[in-house]
Design a binder for this molecule. Structure first.
Ligand code: RB5
Length: 156
């Protein structure tokens, strides 16, 4: 029971080789701010396939094991495509803090996606900080989310 609650308050993070350096920096930053982090890898700059890590994070946010996740790859594009295939996942690829905040306020994003070849570490810290601190506004935004969450997955 306690373990389940601890996981809910932990942010699950994952990356591929192209964002390994950024993931390490973000992990340090989050720990220094008092967040607990579950790191599914990758753990080096050796080439890997981003879906293998995207799936580990997105599936565990989708099933409610973790409430929030952060994914990183070179551009962030591949990771967002993978993550948004999962039910209950609203992954937001952000390159600046304003969108990161709005993705929480209006879209209740539960996975933040960053591009390790796009966003430098200082800017990434700002994005992560805002994203972690910002609450969902609910209200009309909840019903808008429900409109597209009911759609299921196109093409299935
Ligand atoms: C890896 O070279 C790169 O394709 C990957 O990190 C990502 O940017 C994919 O979208």
């Amino acid at each position: 029971m306690q373990e389940k609650e601890d996981k809910k308050n932990t942010v699950i993070i994952g990356c591929d080789h192209a964002a390994y350096q950024l993931k390490e920096k973000i992990k340090e930053f989050m720990v220094s701010k008092g967040y607990s982090v579950e790191d599914v890898g990758t753990h080096s700059e050796s080439s890997v396939d981003y879906p293998d890590f995207g799936v580990q994070v997105a599936s565990q946010v989708s099933n409610g094991t973790y409430q929030r996740g952060i994914l990183m790859c070179g551009t962030g594009l591949g990771m967002s495509m993978v993550a948004n295939k999962y039910s209950n996942v609203r992954a937001a690829l952000c390159t600046e803090p304003f969108s990161a905040g709005m993705s929480r306020h209006h879209n209740d994003s539960n996975i933040l996606v960053l591009g390790g070849r796009i966003t430098g570490e200082e800017l990434a810290y700002e994005i992560v900080d805002v994203w972690l601190k910002t609450a969902f506004d609910g209200g009309r935004h909840q019903s808008r989310i429900e409109k597209f969450s009911r759609l299921g997955k196109a093409g299935e």
